[in-house]
Design a protein around this ligand. Structure first.
Ligand SMILES: Cc1ncc(COP(=O)(O)O)c(C=O)c1O
Length: 470
């Protein structure tokens, strides 16, 4: 059977989007009122752009396991899962009980005085991540900023190489070439950042080893670091090819630059460590966040002692990776340690189970659309290094042989139907109580076969509607 391909980049699905929007506003009516109130005081009615979408985000009253409940009382299967932080689902009893016990014993809030728990968690991380030094902070954004500052301080250079579409938080030292629609991948992302800082950021193409070689040949002596995610969130969780990872390690070493792997999403997502372990690559520094905090705000920079120690008070030319009233917050570290210990001790159950669920989801979605005669594919099937795991995005190729390799591919409206993926599918599935972000998201250990079946039914209903109202 020949599958329908949405090959016309000028088709904007207006009729479908209008109809979906109307149905969404009816179904999520209380959230509409709540959003209007939120907009009076919160910029755009939210505190993080990724939580918003047109016409307005639904608001929730509770979250447990694979599900959230919204103001209108719908039980929604959620694949956003706390920006992919909640690998054990929302509010896992394991972490909640540990936090409740600490609070009931009269501890948990910030003291600002070191305790042994901080050392214990650092020791655990040093062991599972196989690193010499660990320093805690509170957000992935700060972790990547400090890692880049360390690289610049250590090398005495100021050029930062990142890949197009790579999101390292709103860290000014990597805030360029993130969002194609924001001036293209060469553009500085934000007003308010000095032009000099932006000029020092060089943007290259993910999975293009040759392009990376050329860039290092031209600028290598001035490059402080190369930073990228081993599986790119902004490119639908596409993994680095082993060739690109090898080139990244070899070129940085050859030119005296540092390799920083941003594992804020990938850390503890594919195995009870960084995904770097699967690649067999040792970066100079890496950053972790999300899962590592067990649902609380924790992030970490880890890596080589000689680089990390540039932030020591004893360092002659100190990098000011320092401060943070809430760094090493006791409850946050307790949540993080509880989570990481669990994942370490249950690695053989958790990750194969997640991979199996992810694969059932991906294959099932592709089949549902194919059964209705539509070509839709999922990213996340993995490559020769990273087996298919729990992260995926659905996309609608404009040509049968399109398989994205980088953000330039994934976000190009000429190569896949971005409006369908980013806007229509989101509303279409929410009408059937399934919440996805950027085309899908993350499976947790709590998602059951029934939850996955709910996705298949929602995709089927969306496919029918697309054929009707496309
Ligand atoms: C790869 C990556 N790095 C850094 C960050 C920033 O982390 P945070 O939102 O905790 O500041 C994110 C957040 O989404 C991320 O995905």
């Amino acid at each position: 059977m020949t599958l329908t391909i949405y090959s016309n980049p000028n088709h904007n699905h207006k009729r479908l989007l209008d109809a979906l929007r109307q149905d969404y506003e009816e179904k999520y009516s209380r959230s509409k009122t709540a959003h209007a109130a939120a907009q009076q005081v919160l910029v755009d009615g939210i505190s993080h752009g990724a939580r918003s979408f047109a016409p307005y985000p639904f608001r929730i009253t509770s979250a447990q396991g694979a599900h959230v409940v919204d103001l209108d009382g719908h039980q929604i299967v959620d694949f956003w899962q706390g920006h992919y932080a909640n690998i054990l689902g929302h509010n896992p009893p394991l972490v909640r009980d540990a936090l409740q016990a600490a609070l009931s014993q009269g501890s948990g809030l910030q003291t600002g005085i070191p305790d042994e728990a901080e050392t214990e968690f650092a020791q655990l991380l040093a062991q599972v991540l196989d690193v010499e030094r660990v320093r805690f902070t509170t957000a992935g954004t700060l972790a990547t900023m400090y890692a880049i500052m360390l690289a610049c301080g250590y090398t005495g250079r100021c050029l930062v190489v990142k890949v197009a579409g790579g999101w390292h938080g709103a860290n000014p030292m990597a805030l360029k070439g993130v969002d194609r629609s924001n001036g293209g991948f060469d553009a500085a992302e934000s007003a308010g950042v000095s032009a000099t800082v932006s000029e020092d950021i060089l943007v290259t193409r993910f999975n293009d080893a040759e392009g990376l070689r050329e860039l290092f040949a031209r600028k290598g002596e001035q490059i402080a670091c190369l930073i990228f995610e081993p599986c790119m969130g902004g490119a639908g969780f596409i993994p680095a090819t082993s060739e690109f990872m090898r080139a990244a390690r070899e070129l940085t070493a050859q030119y005296g630059a540092l390799l920083i792997l941003d594992e804020v999403i990938t850390g503890f997502r594919y195995c009870a460590s960084g995904v770097q372990r699967l690649y067999g690559v040792k970066p100079d520094l890496s950053t972790f966040g999300k899962i590592v905090g067990g649902g609380m705000p924790v992030s970490v920079v880890v890596g080589r002692a000689d680089v990390m120690d540039c932030s020591s008070s004893k360092a002659t030319n100190r990098v000011w990776f320092n401060g943070g009233t809430f760094s090493a917050h006791p409850l946050s570290l307790l949540a993080g340690q509880t989570m990481v210990e669990y994942l370490r001790d249950h690695e053989d159950e958790v990750y194969p189970a997640l991979a199996a669920k992810g694969e059932r989801l991906r294959k099932g979605i592709e089949q549902v659309f194919a059964d209705r005669g539509i070509l839709a594919r999922c990213t996340g099937h993995g490559n020769d290094v990273v087996v298919g795991g729990s992260l995926s995005s659905i996309y609608f190729p404009r040509q049968a042989d399109f398989y994205p390799q980088c953000a330039e591919d994934f976000t190009d409206p000429n190569l896949s139907d971005v409006i369908l993926r980013e806007r229509a599918l989101k509303l279409g599935l929410l009408l059937h109580n399934v919440n996805i972000v950027h085309g899908l998201g993350a499976v947790s250990t709590c998602h059951t076969d029934q939850d996955l079946d709910a996705v298949f039914e929602a995709c089927d209903a969306f496919a029918l509607r697309l054929l009707r109202e496309g």
